[in-house]
Design a binder for this molecule. Structure first.
Ligand code: ZN
Length: 676
């Protein structure tokens, strides 16, 4: 670049550079649509910094380099709001909302038009611009006066420090902590032995009040703006138009806001938002309905506490505080041992919750969760309720820490934890807790395909102690079966016949039926192609296993671990003794890989599948699991707190699946899996 001589040239160059950087910031942080690479952006910013270092007298307050100011502040100044920030009247039911609607309809001449907006669970903030430059950011406080937190709010990258509008401008909005930033922050806090924040709202409030803007900058706050005043008045005649103006000025507004012209449409919007809220990367605790027409707002006026022209419809609370009465271990089908908290019952998201998952022992240790503790419990949508944080102030001293036992609580086998994993597992296939599900899997259509076995029959067989493992099925006698409920001679004989026939099943069916972790129908078929007998498979080395397509380190390890467990070997012997001798596959048999060429991207936390499990499922059908969303992505599977990948999928119109939909698709494609 040519050296700049004249100071006026420098000033102009700086302004051009700043304008360019601002437009890229807007594209990146507000529109989510960058037009240059991060590296190119960094180069622009660096060039600006260099120039400003050489000409410090030309640094302006609204320069993109000035987001993170220098030194920490001592405390916060109190600022009196010129226009009070009133809170909104809350309603909790549709009849109450209907009352609000009727009152408005009665007091307006034409049928009222409303704007529905998501109520972001964050912190209200008022921003003051003078002649285009951000001067002051003030928290809502008590509505009359709040804290001046300008240096912290400036760190929000999507917030323009400069707007193309002169005079005195006030914009109001909600500052929040995106869910992934919240998770990251809490993990860090726990590692440092600090208290985790109970929810993103508390996290946002805590962050906005930090004294060091550099620390705030690392936490990645976000903001949505929702109202605008020029010299104390709304600049345009309707709320909708003011929202558009906010966008024109470069502010970020929530894209899900909507105009609503009837009570019916209001209720539909509530339903839709309720469905969407788990897939958003911020917490939403309700819907705000505002009368659109500003003149009508003025006519309706405000009480001393609330404006009469707006209302907040609150969703049933998704979080609450309860006490842990005990911690119990649950053994799943693959032997995964999950600690579960028994709670004093509480109402969450419209239902009574008395149990919540604690995920694993590592999580309990990190969060220092003890029996007797008061804890925050969160339940969103259909997801299993979970404990997020301990209320340590309420400890009385008699709370007992949890220790993970060495043995399975059901069958007393020593528990195992593969290196690098956090989940402990019971390795014993005959563990009674696993047995029921294992039996159902063994007889299922994709595995040994034995007709006549429903849950009711399997439960009876287990209750009466007639079956202790899948091999025992083959020793059942007709006179025994006849003693069972709803079982006649004819249906008993049919079942025995189905059992008899299954003994000659292809080897792949038996391998699948054994329920080896990470080994589904397709992998079982691959394995059967390579190892013609169960003996050959059970004695295969890790290296030999790795030669099979679709078998990676994890699958090979899982197979080795299965075939080195004495109780599993006993089962195999028993199966051979009762005459289960599977037929080797025909050499002509083709592998079926129904998902070949398909690309899946997982984002967010899935309700019950671990990420790598889900990815292995995709691979088991020949599909590919990739890390980033592009036009070539076939499906995005989105869980809780899905972030930018979900947004990208929506913008590229890539179909988005829930875990449930993914599992259905997987099953329909012939996949078989057992959840840990
Ligand atoms: Zn067990």
């Amino acid at each position: 670049m040519t050296p700049l001589s004249d100071e006026e040239d420098v000033r102009l160059a700086l302004e051009t550079l700043r304008r360019e950087i601002r437009s890229h910031e807007y594209r990146y942080y507000v529109e989510n649509r960058p037009s240059i690479t991060d590296a190119d952006f960094d180069r622009l910013l660096k060039r600006l910094e260099e120039l400003e270092t050489r000409y410090p007298n030309l640094i302006t307050e609204d320069s993109p380099t000035q987001r993170v100011g220098g030194a920490p502040v001592e405390g916060f100044q109190t600022f009196h709001h010129k226009i009070p920030l009133l809170s909104l009247q809350n309603v909790y039911s549709l009849p109450e909302l209907q009352e609000f609607y009727n009152r408005i309809a009665k007091n307006t001449t034409s049928p009222p038009l409303f704007v529905g907006e998501l109520k972001i669970d964050g912190l209200s903030i008022s921003l003051h611009y003078r002649d285009g430059t951000l001067q002051r950011a003030v928290t809502r406080g008590d509505g009359e006066k709040g804290d001046d937190v300008t240096s912290n709010i400036r760190t929000i990258r999507s917030l323009p420090l400069h707007i193309p509008e002169g005079g005195s401008v006030e914009a109001r909005g909600e500052v929040y902590l995106p869910r992934d930033s919240f998770e990251t922050m809490n993990r860090l806090r726990e590692e440092r032995g600090e208290e985790p924040f109970a929810n993103p709202r508390n996290g946002a409030a805590g962050t906005v009040h930090l004294l060091d803007p550099r620390e705030v900058s690392n936490r990645h706050l976000e903001i949505f703006l929702y109202s605008l005043f020029f010299d104390g008045a709304e600049p345009r005649p309707s709320h909708r138009e003011n929202l558009s103006l906010l966008r024109e000025l470069g502010f970020r507004t929530n894209p899900l806001s909507r105009s609503l012209s009837s009570f019916q449409e209001m209720t539909e919007f509530i339903e839709e938002a309720g469905r969407l809220r788990d897939s958003l990367d911020y917490d939403v605790d309700g819907i705000v309905f505002k009368v659109d027409d500003i003149a009508a707002q003025k006519a309706l006026s405000s009480t001393s506490k609330f404006p009469r022209w707006a209302v907040a419809f609150k969703f049933p609370p998704e979080e609450g505080i309860s006490r842990i009465l005990s911690i119990q271990l649950q053994v799943g089908r693959t032997g995964a041992v999950t600690p579960v908290a028994n709670l004093e019952p509480l109402r969450l998201a419209g239902s009574t919750v008395s149990r919540a998952t604690l995920h694993n022992a590592e999580e309990i240790r990190r969060k220092d969760i003890r029996v007797g503790d008061w804890v925050w419990v969160v339940k969103s949508g259909d997801v299993i309720p979970k404990v997020t944080a301990v209320v340590k102030e309420r400890r009385e001293g008699n709370e007992t820490p949890f220790t993970m036992p060495d043995l399975c609580p059901i069958c007393a086998s020593p528990l195992e934890k593969p290196e690098g994993e956090v989940v402990w597992r019971c390795p014993n296939l005959s563990c009674p807790a696993r047995l029921r599900e294992s039996l159902l899997h063994f007889v299922s259509r994709d595995a040994m395909n034995i007709d006549g076995f429903g849950e009711a029959l399997v439960d009876q067989l287990l209750e009466k102690g007639m079956v202790k493992d899948p091999a025992d099925l083959y020793t059942l006698r007709l006179d025994e079966l006849e003693t069972l409920e709803r079982m006649g001679r004819k249906s008993g004989a049919k079942i025995l016949n189905a059992l008899q026939e299954s003994k000659k099943n292809p080897l792949a069916r038996l391998i699948n039926g054994l329920g080896i972790r990470l080994v589904g129908e397709v992998t079982a078929r691959d394995l059967a192609m390579r190892f013609p007998t169960l003996e050959a498979l059970s004695s295969a080395t890790q290296e030999e296993l790795l030669t099979v397509p679709e078998v990676g380190e994890k699958v090979a390890q899982s197979l080795r671990s299965f075939f080195s467990d004495p109780s599993n070997l006993t089962l195999l012997e028993k199966l051979a003794e009762v005459g289960v001798s599977p037929s080797p596959p025909e050499p002509s048999q083709q592998l079926s890989l129904p998902w070949k060429g398909m690309k899946f991207v997982f984002t967010g936390e899935l309700p019950s599948l671990e990420r790598r499990e889900a990815e292995a499922m995709v691979r088991s059908l020949g599909g590919e699991a990739t890390g980033s969303v592009s036009g070539k992505t076939s499906f995005v599977v989105a869980g809780e707190a899905a972030g930018s990948k979900l947004a990208k999928a929506l913008s590229l119109k890539v179909p988005v699946l829930s875990q449930e939909e993914f599992l259905r698709l997987f099953q329909e494609a012939g996949g078989s899996w057992e959840q840990g």
